[in-house]
Design a protein around this ligand. Sequence first.
Ligand code: SIN
Ligand code: FE2
Length: 212
Amino acid sequence: MIDLGGGVLLYREYFDREAQIALRDAVRDIVLQAPLFQPTMPKTGKALSVKMSNCGALGWVADRQGYRYQSRHPVTGQPWPTMPAMLQELWVNVAEQAPAPQACLINYYEPGAKMGLHQDRDETMFTAPVVSVSLGDTCRFRIGGVNRGGATQSFKLQSGDVLVMGGEQRLAFHGVDRIYPGTSTLLKAPGRINLTLRRVHEEPVETEQRLV
Ligand code: SIN
Ligand code: FE2
């Protein structure tokens, strides 16, 4: 584990190849039930370059109405699929003191996709860390401090890596500069999957039942 300071921890290849395959297959099952959707920026309606889905009691969505968490898929209207046990175990291992995660955002990056610097701040509690898992092609990840415009550093995230942003850096600006297509054989097509686990509220969220 590499301690990047301020509560940012990087676990290189936390998931070995076998575990990455199991996670990839779990994500495939999730997106069959909760298809990737196209998020847009609330003010402009401009599409983000990533596609998204979620699992867990809550999912993060972005559309004309804003950025928010909701318990149902924005297109199908169905509750999100449950969070795989492997991810719940990961959380217990790296975010010990925090109550269980309530949301897992699934970001899918095609080769040209990226994500601008932003803070994860749509939650109502910030004592739990953000735990992120990388699968598939390597990316260049960038992280700064809690103020926009401050110094940033960047490093590559590879398939199986886990990054924890907690403590002072829970609200750090971060983003993805680029994907390096063809650096992993985990996914069928070039691209990258990022899974981001979060505790959203101090209070528990009741899990909704799927209707079909
Ligand atoms: C995110 O900040 O939502 C995604 C970060 C990543 O893809 O590594
Ligand atoms: Fe983020």
